[in-house]
Design a protein around this ligand. Sequence first.
Ligand SMILES: [Zn+2]
Ligand SMILES: [Zn+2]
Length: 143
Amino acid sequence: MIEPGVEELLRGAGLRITGPRVAVLSVIRQHPHIDVGTIVDLVRERAGAVSTQAVYDVLKVLVAADLARRIDLPNSPARYEAQAGDEHQHVVCRTCGRISDVGGPQPAVRLEPSQDHGFAIDGVEVTYWGRCPQCQAASAPAG
Ligand SMILES: [Zn+2]
Ligand SMILES: [Zn+2]
């Protein structure tokens, strides 16, 4: 299967193709779980002078169009990845902040109607926390 190009994705979502949109979407597709500061740096390398605000605006548009997914973790700047449509979960290293993808949808996580406080639930996010192999090795006792 040939992956659709960034411009096709934008067009498919009914979005006008602009330099910053192409650059931002390309960057997040190549660098999953990237923070906004790094996105801005990489977008400027590709598309020249683009303001931080413009990058935020593009990210908002891409998330609204379901082309990007925003990942909010406590004590961490917002991160973005291309929407994979698989509802995968994340495992996060408490020490270095490294993020990896795990699994797909988690049908086991469901609220009983008696537990939903009357909310119309439309999503669930599960984040696994721990320490990555490098951080475990770094703190292992010597010898
Ligand atoms: Zn780590
Ligand atoms: Zn991910």
